[in-house]
Design a protein around this ligand. Structure first.
Ligand SMILES: *[C@@H]1O[C@H](CO)[C@@H](O)[C@H](O)[C@H]1NC(C)=O
Ligand SMILES: *[C@@H]1O[C@H](CO)[C@@H](O)[C@H](O)[C@H]1NC(C)=O
Ligand SMILES: *[C@@H]1O[C@H](CO)[C@@H](O)[C@H](O)[C@H]1NC(C)=O
Length: 492
């Protein structure tokens, strides 16, 4: 019962159709909830067995002609000279319930037929991989302040891979279910099962990608989604599903193991002068084994928002249109060089919200939301989610045993899922070191961060990046991804 209360993270109830949560609010609630209680027992996750169910579903959902239907003629307001193909649409994952997941697919800018396939998942749980991941992080376009036009992202990952963005689970972004009780049943089992069913059907719709080198990537709460989906693929591998050629996973500022992650957050806050000595004493982790008991814990909001600091990048400027932030200044891209941020605009989510709620845009994306009870929001206002696990360590062991390539990276100015926690977590795996800590170079003159290659897993920091690494340090993020996909160590 205690576990259930601790794990039952109800992010929001549908009180008003336009109610929306920002990804920052969703994650703050998650972190606060974790800190407010006594730690529960470590809980592993068991992947669902779905092969037999799948063969039924595959017959059920013919994908004939749907690839052509999903092709995007042109996104509203897109710049001239777009040469790569874009697709978007729905894949039904449960016809009986009327549940369908929305995807956006941007093929590689050059030679898509030889480039790998990369799936990107944002976290939350409940945040949109399309609106956040594609439109503010690694996708081919960024929405302009007018909320109508797009500009090219010079560091888009579709320069190195075919990039697939999945809004997961149902209730997130444009993904929906006609059975509204599905929104109350969000949990890791259902998310993994639906994402897996999505993939199997998507590959039928895009058969030219069958057997292609496939990578699952994501950030934040996707620190759970990514290993869980990989584990589901590994567990259900058979002759029928072998076209899912999973090669590796890459996870950024992801949660991994509750105890070590949380101790890392507290140490990060103290070492970055964000909390007092007294507060640190209240919270601090005893080193062996890592554990803490929280007394009189300051809430996440008290630490950061009242101090008007963005915990997702403790040194970034804030967006003035956010009513929670009192003295935030609005800085245009040209005004930000002092923060060392390469074209980062703190108000970009506002532009995306406007853009994706435009009828013309939704129509170009084949995302007709006429029948939905909600508008597109960055993070779901309808989803209730039960987190099924506290640790991904056993899945990491299984992924390593299966020979998957694993890169765990961490933007080093994120206080929410900070680099300290990720390092404690990786250290707890006790992996032998193959190549010790070294600075990796983005260019000849630019240290991208540091890296350690362990047996089975590579760790990398991204210098000066907050929680959403490709937003804050797009050039370093692209260099890192390129190395990962090439199976090479980050350049030294
Ligand atoms: C959900 O219901 C609408 C309206 O009846 C229908 O058009 C749509 O196909 C249904 N979705 C799924 C995935 O079955
Ligand atoms: C959306 O679907 C409805 C019918 O469900 C239709 O009347 C409307 O024209 C469609 N809108 C767009 C933008 O496709
Ligand atoms: C995950 O949580 C759901 C409740 O939301 C429960 O029914 C299910 O058994 C859990 N799965 C595991 C593997 O613990």
């Amino acid at each position: 019962m205690k576990n259930l209360i601790l794990l039952a993270i109800v992010f929001a109830v549908l009180v008003h159709p336009s109610h929306q949560l920002s990804r920052h609010e969703v994650l703050s609630k998650f972190v606060e909830r974790r800190r407010s209680g006594v730690r529960s027992e470590a809980k592993e996750w068991v992947a669902p067995s779905i092969s037999s169910e799948y063969s039924w579903k595959l017959n059920q959902y013919s994908q004939d002609g749907l690839q052509e239907n999903d092709k995007i003629t042109s996104l509203s307001g897109q710049p001239a000279g777009v040469t790569f193909a874009q697709y978007a649409g729905y894949v039904t994952v449960d016809a009986e319930a009327g549940r369908a997941l929305f995807y956006y697919f941007a093929e590689a800018t050059e030679d898509p037929s030889t480039k790998p396939l990369l799936l990107w998942l944002n976290g939350g749980p409940g945040c949109s991989s399309f609106g956040v991941g594609a439109m503010t992080e690694l996708g081919p376009f960024r929405v302009q302040p007018d909320g109508k036009t797009l500009s090219k992202n010079p560091y888009a990952w579709n320069q190195v891979a075919n990039t697939l963005f999945l809004e997961s689970p149902a209730g997130v972004g444009f993904s929906y279910s006609n059975t509204t009780s599905d929104y109350q049943n969000g949990n890791d089992d259902n998310t993994a099962r639906d994402a897996y069913t999505f993939l199997l059907n998507w590959f039928e719709r895009f058969p030219q990608y069958k057997n292609r080198d496939f990578y699952i990537t994501g950030e934040s709460y996707a620190g759970f989604y990514v290993p869980e989906l990989a584990d589901t693929i590994l567990k259900n591998k058979n002759s029928q599903t072998s076209f899912l050629n999973l090669k590796g996973v890459m996870i950024g500022n992801g949660i991994m193991n509750e105890e070590t992650d949380d101790c890392g957050s507290i140490d990060y806050e103290w070492t970055h002068a964000l909390i007092s000595d007294e507060e640190y004493e209240n919270l601090r982790c005893s080193s062996s084994p890592l554990s803490y008991t929280a007394h009189n814990t300051l809430s996440f909001g008290e630490i950061y928002f009242d101090g008007q600091i963005d915990p997702y990048n403790i040194y970034a400027p804030l967006c003035s249109s956010d009513s929670n932030l009192k003295w935030a200044s609005s800085l245009s891209i040209d005004d930000t060089p002092t923060s060392g941020l390469d074209g980062f605009d703190p108000c970009s989510s506002d532009y995306v919200l406007t853009y994706l709620n435009t009828l013309e845009v939704q129509s170009a994306l084949h995302a007709n939301v006429t029948n939905l009870p909600y508008e597109w929001t960055e993070c779901s206002g309808v989803l209730s989610y039960n987190i099924n696990a506290t640790t991904m360590f056993p899945i990491y062991q299984r992924m390593m045993a299966a020979g998957l390539r694993i890169l765990v990276y961490s933007g080093d100015v994120d206080a929410v899922v900070p680099v300290t926690g990720t390092r404690y977590s990786i250290n707890a795996l006790k992996l032998p070191i193959v190549k010790a800590w070294y600075p990796w170079m983005n260019t000849e003159l630019d240290v991208g961060g540091y890296s350690v290659i362990y047996k089975g897993l590579t760790f990398a920091t991204v210098r000066g990046a907050g929680h959403e690494v490709p937003s804050y340090q797009p050039s370093r993020a692209l260099t890192m991804t390129k190395s990962f996909l090439a199976g090479k160590p980050l350049p030294s």
